[in-house]
Write a protein that binds this ligand. Structure first.
Ligand code: SAH
Length: 274
């Protein structure tokens, strides 16, 4: 990134600035949960055609490797110098790049509109009058469930599924609203690792059975995916013992009882499997 800063400056201000008539735009693109083969064809095409790719921490190495070497790739998640960029600064960068006539791909883990702040970026781009298009991606819940063989709905076990952030605006999760005790609803918590104990206790207070099965899917769809099975009663102890790392998802509900470690589906291509 540091060596790429001059290139960024050049793109934004430099002599090679495109004719003002050139219309830049931003594509908010979902990169899926990590397995590069779960990218959409559209995402793959746009990554290949973009002038600039602005990505964050959840986008996997294998997907980043698909960015052509001549394309400017900016990490707004963790690169020194860009660490701690606020949402406002990221949006402003996207606006500036588009206004300089560039085709910008804003690459986000999973789906841009599921807990990805894609909605905020879209609003800011729209307010600035910058054309913005959305490309959906496979969200972590869908990808992780498929990768470990836990159907999120099932005629015999779950009639609905709910995606929840395990990280409230002030940190601590707040399970407000109704229906938490409903045994026929699967719950999927994003960003819930640090608050596992809190989530478990709030769900039990809402009346969800303590023996409800729980799966923790760490680095789902990636080569080093790990699945831990617990119950609401043992979730805290399991998290403490196994120390799963982010990104990880917590799936709560009877469908988790369908998980079979010995028959975990594989995400490799068929050619590799033969
Ligand atoms: N927009 C993303 C979610 C961003 S919030 C999406 O649609 O998937 C970040 C959270 O997503 C992480 O804390 C984790 O809970 C979850 N997550 C993302 N990728 C994951 C993966 N490969 N395995 C498990 N959880 C993942």
């Amino acid at each position: 990134m540091t060596q790429r800063l001059p290139l960024l400056n050049q793109l934004l201000n430099g002599p090679e600035e495109r004719a003002p008539s050139a219309q830049g735009c931003v594509w908010l693109v979902g990169a899926g949960p990590g397995d590069p083969e779960l990218l959409t064809l559209k995402a793959l095409r746009l990554i290949g055609e973009a002038d600039v790719v602005v990505y964050d921490r959840l986008v996997s190495e294998e997907i980043l490797a698909l960015i052509p070497p001549t394309t400017l790739a900016l990490d707004v998640g963790k690169t020194p110098g860009f660490h701690g960029m606020t949402q406002q600064q990221i949006s402003q960068l996207l606006i500036d790049l588009a206004r300089s006539g560039r085709q910008v791909v804003r690459l986000k883990g999973g789906d841009p509109f599921i807990f990805g702040r894609g909605g905020e970026e879209m609003q800011q781009l729209q307010t600035a009058g910058v054309p913005c298009h959305i490309v959906p991606g496979i969200t972590a819940a869908i990808g992780c469930a498929a990768a470990c063989g836990i159907p999120l709905t099932h005629r015999d076990y779950a009639q609905s599924v709910r995606f929840i952030t395990g990280h409230g605006k002030a940190g601590r999760p707040q399970l407000t609203g109704a229906g938490w005790q409903d045994a026929s609803q699967t719950l999927v918590f994003y960003m819930g690792l640090t608050w596992g104990a809190e989530l478990s206790s709030q769900l039990r207070q809402h009346g969800r059975a303590a023996d409800t099965p729980v799966a923790i899917v760490e680095r789902g769809t990636r080569r080093d995916q790990r699945v831990l099975i617990a119950s609401l009663a043992t979730l805290e102890e399991t998290l403490h013992r196994e120390q799963p790392q982010s990104p990880a998802l917590i799936i709560v509900g009877e469908v988790v009882s369908l998980y079979r470690a010995e028959a975990e589906p594989r995400m490799e291509s068929m050619a590799v499997r033969n």
